[in-house]
Ligand binder design. Sequence first.
Ligand code: TTP
Ligand code: MG
Length: 357
Amino acid sequence: MSEKKRIILHVDMDHFYTAIEERENPNLKGKPVIVGADPREGKGRGVVHTCNYEARKHGIRSGMPISKAWKLCPEAVFLRPNFELYDNISREIMQLLRQMADKFEQWGIDEAFLDVTSKAKDYAEAENLARKIKMEILKKHKLTCSIGVGANKLLAKIASDFKKPDGLTIVREDQAQQFLAPLPVRKLLWVGRKTEQKLAAMGIHTIGELASYDPSVLIETFGVMGAQLYSMAHGIDKSEVEEKGEVKSISRETTFEEDTADFEQVLTASDKLSEQVHGDLLKQKLFYKTVTVKVRYENFETHTHAKTLPTITNSYDDLKRSARELLQHYFRPERRIRLIGVKVSNFTSIQKQKTLV
Ligand code: TTP
Ligand code: MG
């Protein structure tokens, strides 16, 4: 039985937070603009959430320490985030996109996959649809986006990233291999830094090099992921576009090798959990309001304690500090701790994905 041909669009808003800030304040146009933590004249802690393309010319990027951004471009306009505003606009845009698709899947605050197979009988019609979406978003929200069109989610996602901002890239099935070949392997969605380094050590830098590598060696080296990497390098991705359940929380827990009343050890473990939870938060572009810790004593008695912050945030420092503070309640020299957990919840309503544990 032959596979049913699909046409998938991936829509990614351009420099989302700063684009909204520019729209709200046209004086910002043409200037480098950064949304993130307070730079405090180079002494600030925290990171850049995003920056506009003017600021990117100075080497500034999402996730960079704000102090570094200040050094690279002190004359930039540094703004604190207004998450409620970004969230509201995201919801409106997602509503608009949802109506354009047979099947819809939001990914993060400003991206979505649309399966438009029944609405576009070929790539020419898909191109028209993509142009219409770009026009509607521009007309209604005065924001630009970049769209990728392909036979599956992988190709659509890589295509939307190919030309930014305000791009439209169509990758027909017969051009997929040619399109992918020169791109760095990092563009394949799950290739993290470690995998990238391992591949580089094998002499594989581009997707084309990966596609022509011996698959049995890839499987030997990376296991199941080796087979996945090989088929992705050939532009194959069978995953469906599907709306996932809403993310309610992100949590991590750890059991100590030996029960402990060494509270420095507990706090160090807590910081590590906070860091992992925060990593997931950033990947999912989520913002939380509530931090919960869980403590299990050596006799398995288990407690949880939560704190709701005054404002919505995605800050690592707030998470770390809150978790430490909450844990202090459970420190008794005579009671040893078996397990601790850190959870964030009470997200803005932007996410439509399942709980990440
Ligand atoms: P992205 O789509 O990754 O970035 P962007 O829209 O700012 O820029 P691009 O034109 O390259 O798409 O992320 C969307 C928003 O998510 C971004 O505006 C800010 C937020 N974000 C963070 O808060 N931290 C991060 O590390 C990243 C990558 C994004
Ligand atoms: Mg974006």
